[in-house]
Design a protein. Sequence first.
Length: 454
Amino acid sequence: MYESGDGGPPITMRRYLIAFAVGWSLCLLTTGLLRFAGDAQQFPLVVSRGGLPLPAAQTFNPGRHSFLTWVDWSGRSIGDFSPIFHAAQGLARDPGYELYRPHELSEHRASFVYTPFTALLLAPFAGPDVTLAAVADGVSVANHLLALVGCGLILLVLARGRPLRPGLVAIFVLHALLFYPLASALHLTQAGVWIFFALAVSVWALDAGRPLIAGIALALGASIKPHLVVVPILIAFVPGMPRRLLAGAGVGLAATAALSLAYAGWDNCRAYLFDTLPSLSAGYSYFRNQGLNGLLLRVFTDQDPAEFNLARPVPWIRAASMLWGLVLLAATVIACRRGAKRAPDDAEGGLLRYAAVLAAAVLASPVCWIHHLILLAIPIAIAARALLRDRTLAAGPLPMLLLAGSLMAGFLFDAGGLANGWPSVFSGLELYGALLVLACLLRIQAQRTPLLAP
């Protein structure tokens, strides 16, 4: 944060920490009320201890178990990792192994839903004779290291051109440790951590003036989560963005596609594109799906929001979700184009536009699990950097709005116990927070004073 005499906006570390504490407390209170509304007997608001009424800890902080991942780096929860391991091991044992079984999704069974490239990344460690538990422990340690390096790169981007003051570092660490999507991804031994690391490298490289490396790193992330392919596509329509970024992304995607084809074969690649992805577009009503698709399923159908289930297809919800995604992406591109026209050579603005497109791409996906919001840590940091550098922006409401959005997107509200119908509008609080972060990014672009490169 800024100190007096620094010439920066009047945001002190003390004021920020007070606002953070108040916001975090409101999140705790909100999730406690949501859980109480869903099941008052299982989740009471208070319990009696020693004759004194005290808040029930388990009611107010459902994500507490995931935060233990910071002190225990073992593979504590490997249900999400297991299909990746078995896919890689299956191909190691039999080159003709069938990776994708869409029927398992409709049967609520664990199934491999990642790209063939994801299995390829694990192939060196998933030999025919190794065990799932052993590999999961090793991958969990690797995930923690990648997450720490990724956070370090984001911190360097946040503080670029300014000294790393202890107050700024402390606040960054506080946010990182309490950012539930990050803790959840580590707890679940998620491949999402690999995407997070790749995108952190991409943003760091772009900020350091290495757009080719940034594009290649972006391609690696998109090769695990193909929905991110829309990021370079949208960037192509924004003036002033480095063409070498797009070149790197194109070369990287071509290389990973060729490797995937050589590794998994045409039948598996075709099955992923034309069978698995269309099946997933039906979405999940499960409350941890924070895409609009999931919210609509919870509000307008009777599909259980507390059960991990591939939803029965609802044509109008599919169409509305697709239209929502297109409108969100189009609105972001229009806002970015307007910002670029004001100062096409503004490198700081280019970083903001990259962050906005990334945030929009994450939110436009029909399936957006809470741990997918790990990628929002990057746009949040870039937006915070813009506020720290512009006194006029920081003097307005944007800092508190960004803080509110980051707290909401980074908290587990656990609304799975709410009934279907209109009460389920409260099951999208993480989504609303993420949208607020995107709105802040677009507003910053519209209001900031461009800094032209010399």
